[in-house]
Design a protein. Structure first.
Length: 172
């Protein structure tokens, strides 16, 4: 699987670098790429493994995982201003993190930072999403604090709602 997801992200990056447009979804896809799922795509320097950009959403916005991978790859490049020519696309690795269903949680005991990502929303429409296994985040308290800091949440004046989700990552 990993090769298929990463290969599709690399093709999307190369196509975007060459044409400035999203590529079409290929006709020959495995069944798992035809289902609707959310994902994050990270563009990673090779060698070195430094993440240059990432983009994704907690819920799918496209009709298929393949389309989600294509659009999120391009968004990671554009939103993080990665200067890329078609030949440069081959010098990056592409990690595709496929999100499982989100599940509302009511307390930190439901979190396992190495196993579950955290999606946090406030009543003032601020949000943060952390994928599992993030370096430096070992406890549920650290995961919640990081999400709140990244979203700019004022815990005294904003109510939060938390969701957890499993992730399967493919790629370098």
């Amino acid at each position: 699987m990993s090769a298929i997801y990463s290969k599709l992200a690399k093709q999307a990056a190369k196509h975007y670098a060459r044409t400035g447009t999203y590529m079409s979804v290929p006709n020959t896809l495995t069944q798992d790429l035809l289902v609707q799922k959310a994902c994050f795509v990270s563009v990673v320097e090779q060698p070195g493994s430094r993440v240059r950009g990432a983009f994704g959403t907690p819920l799918p916005h496209c009709a298929s995982l393949a389309r989600e991978i294509i659009e999120n790859t391009v968004e990671a490049i554009v939103r993080h201003n990665i200067r890329m020519r078609a030949m440069d696309a081959m010098n990056y690795g592409y990690v595709v993190a496929v999100l499982g269903p989100i599940e509302r949680i009511t307390n930190k005991e439901h979190l396992k930072p190495q196993s579950f990502g955290l999606y946090l929303r406030t009543d003032k429409n601020k949000m943060a999403l952390l994928l599992p296994g993030r370096p430096g985040i070992d406890t549920p308290e650290e995961q919640i604090a990081t999400a709140m800091r990244e979203a700019g949440v004022d815990s005294r004046n904003e109510a939060i709602t938390m969701y957890r989700f499993p992730v399967t990552s493919y790629g370098p």
